[in-house]
Design a protein around this ligand. Sequence first.
Ligand SMILES: NC(=O)c1ccc[n+]([C@@H]2O[C@H](COP(=O)([O-])OP(=O)(O)OC[C@H]3O[C@@H](n4cnc5c(N)ncnc54)[C@H](O)[C@@H]3O)[C@@H](O)[C@H]2O)c1
Length: 318
Amino acid sequence: MLYLSAEDVESLISMKEVIDTIEIAFGEMAKGKVIMPPRTTVMLEKYNGSISLMSSYIPSMDAFATKIISIYPDNREKSLPTTAAWIFVNNPENGQLEAIMDGTYITALRTGAVTGVAAKYLAPKKSKIAAVFGCGVQGRTQAWALAETLELEMIRVYDLSEESMMKFSDEMTEKLGVDVIPSVSGRAAVEDADIVATATTSPSPVVHRKWLKDKVHVSAIGAFYPSYRELDTEIIKDSKLVVDEIGSIMHEAGDILIPINEGVITADHIFCELGDIIIGRMEGRTKHDGITVFKSVGVAIQDSSVSSLILKKWLKTQ
Ligand SMILES: NC(=O)c1ccc[n+]([C@@H]2O[C@H](COP(=O)([O-])OP(=O)(O)OC[C@H]3O[C@@H](n4cnc5c(N)ncnc54)[C@H](O)[C@@H]3O)[C@@H](O)[C@H]2O)c1
């Protein structure tokens, strides 16, 4: 059985390739050309964790994969990753298991990449300043994908842990060739920002409407429980709201479900899915748009598309 470690994956694929693949996969979903049952999540409240199962099939890519992903926010205290994943890739033609891959790095890559794709269509033109909340594993690939997609001059970061923020700033300044600067507060991080990405484990808002300038794009990927959110109600209310997949969002995304339960918005407030914009069915940012929000809880086609490409690239090296 082929096993690809995180290091194998890293040597086989670039962020640019992941962004391109994710864009195609979301386009396929918008055309109704994927099979993707809802994610099943088991909550393990005793341990403050959850384990989910995500399967999908993309015929045009001949891609079938299943991911097991666990989210344990307290793991950092045990020097274990908050988000850990394993991906099982089956051959769609005969059903046989072809590879098992470390899915932790792939998850971070594809979660960054979807923010990159959304920024391509929704970020204000000539965006120069980005703010990233959460200096953990996902925060790194959020910053990376934004730097890959936009011509950024500066990335400001904010985390509750000063140590994580300092480490992130040094590491990512060197990796991205863009100034990555720690902030004294969340408010200071978003000041003048053209684009904001949130990738925290926080259950309550880390960004507030009153901090944002008029034209800004916000990508929120951290929270995926109905009771968790990273953006306040006012941001959602005032935004052109784009999501990764409406069914998953209405099941999992507190960022949207809480304002709905408060009676401030209805489900109709969701403008469209990202794929609708990719295939030209709906418009991305226009000159009339102020705040745009992309909310992602993560969907299985991100994993099947990227793991399939990795397997194809590995086979070529043999
Ligand atoms: N949407 C998706 O597809 C997707 C995929 C993977 C993970 N996630 C989610 O992303 C989140 C982050 O995951 P990770 O693996 O990077 O975790 P991580 O533990 O590596 O990083 C999280 C960071 O958030 C910081 N943080 C927590 N509360 C904060 C606050 N109020 N303000 C600022 N910073 C705060 C922590 O200090 C930590 O540095 C998790 O909630 C996870 O469920 C989403």
